[in-house]
Design a protein around this ligand. Structure first.
Ligand code: ATP
Length: 352
């Protein structure tokens, strides 16, 4: 198991394209970390620098304390999985798994043992003699994962490995990969622009924008306590609510909002100052107008997506809010309803 330490890592392509801008990151051994961000934010470039496929402009990368920046890819002991599988089409599944071991001159008996164990691990035993073209996309990706793991690398790097699969298979593969990673216990860096993927699989999510790390934290912290509008918006739907500080009591600030009072951690500002709060759509409850409590609102639209109803509502002043509820009672567009929010469900995006 290997700890990865990245310090002030920067990549500038040509004269001016700063793809990665002085990022620092420590990945404890055995951890599953996702690099999450929109296209062009520098995720893949970071991964390529870890693998040694891309040179480093400045900064350092260390595996268990040893700087690897000058070490070529083959000396880094990395297993890599790509979006397009990159299997050898003229080799069977077994042949694909054997390749890396032959290159490393692993003795025959040991090679057979590792291949059989890996076939078991990726659940492809019955497919060992098939060629990649005779496999489904999900099976091909499992071969690619097996090929990365069979060499028993120190670190597993995956670049959008599920992007080519359909939605259902993608969900199954999330669980499969996470489960496999736990069993093997290998330090893993996973690149994705899919927030649901990053959230469900990772011990820690590193959100990147414009080559920089915006936030790194466990998935639930990223979702519940985002550091900025950008992060809040990237990891799920969110309403931004304007309020002002009504009172500060020690570490807590009470904020006056159109939804009633919000209680949030007090940061730097005093009474009367304006604050922006993040409020997730599922933190808002809709009750019938007849309930007699809550803030009046009108249903603008409601969309049914299986378990969930997605609403847009208009408040009395015309402000729109998004609300998600479990699909039980459905309010139709035009319906008058009331909204209520627990004071603790708000989170300050700008200082309270
Ligand atoms: P995607 O999800 O689209 O792959 P990404 O977050 O992985 O995006 P990178 O591929 O790391 O982003 O690219 C970061 C920036 O560096 C982008 O602006 C990209 O255009 C630029 N870039 C990447 N590779 C090169 C290259 N070989 N030469 C010049 N610029 C590059």
């Amino acid at each position: 198991m290997t700890k990865v330490t990245i310090r002030n890592l920067t990549k500038i392509y040509g004269q001016a394209i700063k793809a990665v801008d002085s990022i620092s990151l420590e990945i404890p051994s055995g951890e599953f970390v996702s690099l999450l961000g929109p296209s062009g934010c520098g995720k893949t470039t970071t991964l390529k620098m870890l693998a040694g496929f891309e040179s480093v402009t400045s900064g350092s990368i260390a595996f268990d304390g040893d700087d690897v920046v000058a070490v070529p890819p083959e000396g880094r002991d990395i297993g890599m999985v790509f979006q397009n599988y990159a299997l050898f089409p003229h080799m069977t599944v077994r042949g694909n798994l054997a390749f890396g071991l032959e290159m490393r001159k692993v003795p025959k008996a040991e090679m057979q043992r590792r291949i059989d164990a890996t076939l078991d691990l990726v659940q492809l035993g019955p497919y060992a003699d098939r060629y990649p073209r005779q496999l489904s996309g999900g099976q091909q990706q499992r071969v690619a994962i097996g090929r990365a793991l069979v060499i028993e690398p120190r670190i597993l790097l995956l670049d959008e490995p599920l992007a080519n699969l359909d939605a259902k298979l993608r969900e199954e593969m999330r669980v499969f990969i996470r489960d496999l990673q736990r069993r093997v216990g290998i330090t893993t860096v996973y690149v994705t622009h899919d927030q649901a993927e990053a959230m469900t699989m990772s011990d820690r999510v590193v959100v990147m924008f414009g080559g920089k790390i915006a936030q790194q934290a466990p998935p639930s912290d990223i979702y519940d306590y985002p550091v900025s509008r950008e992060v809040a918006g990237f990891v799920g739907q969110v309403n931004f609510i304007d309020g002002f500080v009504a009172s500060v009591d020690g570490d807590l600030a009470c904020i006056e909002t159109p939804f009633g009072p919000a209680e949030v951690p007090a940061k730097t500002r005093g009474r009367g100052s304006a604050v922006t709060l993040a409020l997730r759509p599922e933190a808002i409850d809709i009750v019938p107008d007849t309930a007699g409590h809550g803030i009046p609102a009108t249903v603008v639209s409601s969309y049914f997506s299986g378990a969930i109803l997605d609403y847009t509502l208009a408040m009395a002043d015309g402000t729109k809010v998004d609300v998600k509820t479990i699909a039980r009672t459905r309010f139709e567009p035009g319906a008058q309803v009331r909204l209520s929010v627990d004071a603790h469900r708000f989170w300050p995006i700008e200082a309270a």
